[in-house]
Design a protein around this ligand. Sequence first.
Ligand code: ZN
Length: 116
Amino acid sequence: MPGRKPTAEDLTTFKSQLQAMLGLISGDISHLRDDLASGGGEHQGDEGERYFQGFNLELLQHDESTVQELLDALDRIEEGTYGRCAACGVWIRKDRLRAVPHARNCIECQRGAEAG
Ligand SMILES: [Zn+2]
């Protein structure tokens, strides 16, 4: 069952949610960058520390793509295309947007993409 076009009120809500997520993730990234730039502190050479640095890098890459997703979603709000599935054009259901405010695709298309 397709959703409905988001109202101006919905857009305001999603916009502030996107901006809050963006602020949170951007803050995390600059924090991680500081950690990485400091070279891991005084625990260099430690096996556990090396593992932890690798983990941080993966997290950083993941977050940078999420930042782009969030920025794109904010662009779509400005353009008036926010909430519309990029693949099939139906309005994405609001419960999905609440869970994933930067979702590009409706749940049906997302499932299709994941299935291959
Ligand atoms: Zn779709």
